[in-house]
Design a protein. Structure first.
Length: 151
């Protein structure tokens, strides 16, 4: 009986250790100057934020801008990139991770605009557009990606 109990406790602690491991973010798209609201005034800026959560924290989820991969976003971090104005579909592709599926968010980017998107990954993979105030507040709790492409 003790062997079963110890095996269970060992398995549980291993699961919790692996489940709490953090995966770094890696941004492939050029990372704009954060001291400016928009680095190139002819473009719009997009932030995708992922606050720290215990569930799914060992998973970095690919983020795409109209099928072009921006990078893989881990917990407690954010991506930031600028793009030409127009309609865009930002996607979070967790289809390979725990059956999270793909979530799409459509938005229209205008020159000089800034958009904040919250990416959540746990029991579900979700993208949600935030207002500027909430986006800026959550951004303070996230770190830029460790791997950043230059401008």
């Amino acid at each position: 009986m003790k062997t079963i109990r110890y095996s269970f406790l060992w398995s549980l602690s291993l699961f919790l250790f692996v489940g709490c491991a953090s995966t770094p973010s890696n941004q492939l798209a050029p990372f704009p100057d954060q001291s400016k609201t928009v680095q190139d005034p002819s473009k719009g800026r997009i932030y995708v934020l992922r606050v720290q959560k215990v569930l799914g924290s060992a998973v970095a989820v690919p983020i795409l801008d109209s099928r072009k991969q921006i990078g893989t976003l881990g917990p407690g971090s954010y991506f930031c990139w600028e793009r030409e104005p127009g309609d865009v579909t930002v996607s979070s592709d967790a289809s390979r991770e725990m059956g999270g599926g793909i979530w799409n968010l459509d938005l229209t980017v205008e020159a000089g605009s800034v958009h904040y998107i919250l990416q959540s990954f746990g029991f579900a993979n979700v993208l949600r557009l935030l207002d500027e105030e909430k986006g800026k507040r959550l951004l303070r709790h996230c770190k830029p990606p460790q791997g950043k492409a230059g401008p």
